[in-house]
Design a protein around this ligand. Structure first.
Ligand code: PNS
Length: 172
């Protein structure tokens, strides 16, 4: 049987429990899954690419068929470089669909033999995004249960080593 490698491209700034949920689901259906962090010089991220890579490596260390890498340029070119046959993307709600469809079809135009596979994260993560996690954490709100503990610690260190993020969400 032909082995299928998939890439899971994204910003992962920071990785959330929604990303981890999708990575686990992807690891069950693909022979190999490469979590690919985009090196985007146009964005000013909270975490450096190296920091995000180290977090994701630690978080996925228990999976035998997952590795973490970084890439620049087009996703389709990176997919060709690692001989991936599929791109994994998560769809949380209808609002994601339009942008994801556009990207998937553009990627298909650029490389017709590369399939995009959409998966849904568990419903408790359907409202979760890295952007919201960054915003809530910056403003001192609780983010436990939304990101892995390792990420919560890194966020606390990054944002203000002196300030304690509230342990439980629901606070203001
Ligand atoms: O986590 P994100 O920010 O939603 O991920 C977006 C990402 C990295 C998948 C997308 O911006 C991307 O593929 N960028 C690489 C450049 C590229 O290939 N652009 C054309 C996509 S249609």
């Amino acid at each position: 049987m032909k082995k299928v490698t998939a890439i899971y491209p994204g910003s992962f700034d920071p990785p959330t429990n929604g990303h981890l949920d999708l990575i686990e689901r992807g690891s069950h259906i693909f022979d190999e899954l490469v979590v690919a962090i985009l090196r985007n010089p146009e964005k000013s991220p909270l975490f450096t690419v190296g920091e995000r890579r180290r977090m994701l490596e630690e978080l996925t260390a228990g999976f035998k068929n997952i590795r973490v890498d970084t890439f620049g340029g087009l996703t389709v070119d990176y997919a060709a470089k690692v001989k991936a046959g599929a791109v994994l993307r998560g769809i949380r709600a209808l609002s994601d669909y339009e942008y994801e469809l556009q990207m998937a079809l553009m990627n298909r135009k650029l490389r017709p033999d590369l399939e995009t596979v959409f998966m849904m994260p568990a419903e408790q993560y359907s409202y979760l995004s890295s952007r919201l996690v960054r915003e809530v954490a910056k403003l001192g709100g609780g983010i436990s249960g939304l990101v892995p503990e390792l990420v919560e610690r890194r966020l606390r260190e990054k944002l203000d080593p002196g300030r304690k993020l509230k342990r439980n969400s629901g606070g203001t």
